[in-house]
Design a protein around this ligand. Structure first.
Ligand SMILES: NC(=O)c1ccc[n+]([C@@H]2O[C@H](COP(=O)([O-])OP(=O)(O)OC[C@H]3O[C@@H](n4cnc5c(N)ncnc54)[C@H](O)[C@@H]3O)[C@@H](O)[C@H]2O)c1
Ligand SMILES: O=P(O)(O)OC[C@H](O)CO
Length: 316
């Protein structure tokens, strides 16, 4: 079932059936964390399901101006370091103390670089209720000789909470500019909470669909980066679009093979969602854009072979 049309949920989940409004805390205030908070804040301002205020936990930093990042976010409603020039919304409140940031939360959005999640979970252990629902937007997984652990599983195990995931072709800066994008929520069993995550994130330019395949969605978001490195090598070696398309096609097949080897329940259809083929494409194209920029060429030159040469500044 597709949950893309959020209006369909208005009948399914009502404030009267829930009684209490959910309170959201975003854990992480980097580029994607700030954009996620902005999307959420748009919806909490209007939806009766959610408390208006969105808390965002900030790993405190000092800006070149000497101001604390947290104070600057609260004063200007802008993350001057990780998302400059974008208003986060009047209802976003930054908090540098993780325990106070999550104190009243009923829904937690985890969106930090993966290497920090272990320490964050240690800080949160015993400080949140088991009824809290989590969602991870974090790419990556832990690989040990004993096997691999997905980030959502680390969160689930260490905090004892339910944890869904949201992945997709989601370059944060494009979503901050309200360019149309899609995303996939992966959930395990609890369709009602998946619907709520869809409602929390969806906007007219951010179309979210939910699928009951948490491992499939998360592993797609992780493995596509390996294929994107190969796509970068194609650029570096001066090869063409046909070669890159071959890398992407074979890479997608290998992603599916490895995903099913690690998690036999992963669904084939998940690879056709935004978290699968779309994230793979956007990340491989991003490699191209980075390569052309570094080499002083117009980004279009690698996408359109007839447009070769230095950038005239008229493209992105
Ligand atoms: N940026 C994107 O376009 C994008 C899109 C989709 C998914 N993601 C994923 O989202 C996650 C977050 O990425 P991002 O782009 O927001 O990160 P970022 O690189 O912009 O920000 C890094 C964040 O880590 C914080 N940090 C630094 N040291 C820390 C520490 N010791 N403990 C805790 N936090 C610390 C920084 O304050 C900052 O908030 C990653 O897993 C990334 O793969 C990013
Ligand atoms: O580079 P990542 O792994 O944070 O992913 C970014 C987005 O998924 C690009 O769509």
């Amino acid at each position: 079932m597709s949950f893309g049309d959020t209006s369909a949920f208005q009948d399914g989940i009502t404030t009267s059936s829930l009684n209490v409004k959910d309170r959201i805390t975003v854990i992480g205030s980097g580029n994607w964390g700030s954009v996620a908070a902005r999307l959420i804040a748009i919806n909490t301002r209007t939806s009766p399901l959610f408390h208006d205020e969105v808390r965002i936990w900030v790993f405190e930093e000092i800006l070149p101006s000497g101001e604390k990042l947290t104070n600057a976010i609260n004063k200007y409603k802008e993350n001057k370091k990780y998302l400059p020039g974008v208003n986060l919304g009047p209802n976003v409140v930054a908090d540098p103390d993780i325990r106070s940031a999550v104190k009243d939360a009923t829904m937690l959005v985890f969106v930090t670089p993966h290497q920090f999640i272990e320490g964050i979970c240690k800080d949160l252990k015993g400080k949140i209720k088991p009824s809290v629902k989590g969602i991870s937007l974090i790419k990556g997984m832990e690989v040990k000789e004993s096997g691999v652990t997905l980030i959502s599983n680390k969160i689930r195990k260490s905090l004892g909470i339910e944890c869904s995931v949201l992945m997709g072709a989601n370059i944060a800066n494009e979503i901050a500019e309200e360019m149309f994008s899609e995303a996939t929520v992966g959930y395990k069993g609890n369709k009602t909470i998946a619907q709520k995550w869809v409602q929390l994130f969806s906007t007219p330019y951010f179309s979210v669909t939910a699928v009951p395949d948490v491992e499939g969605v998360e592993i797609c978001g992780t493995l596509k980066n390996v294929v994107a490195i190969a796509a970068g090598l194609v650029d570096g070696l001066g090869m063409g679009s046909n070669t890159k398309a071959a890398i992407m096609r074979i890479g997608l097949k290998e992603m599916r093979y490895l995903a099913r080897l690690l998690f036999p329940t992963v669904n084939d259809t998940t690879f056709f969602e935004s978290c699968g083929v779309a994230d793979l494409i956007t990340t491989c194209l991003l490699e191209t854009l980075a390569w052309t920029k570094e080499n002083g060429l117009c980004p279009s030159s690698k996408i359109n072979a007839f447009h070769n040469g230095p950038c005239n500044g008229n493209c992105r």
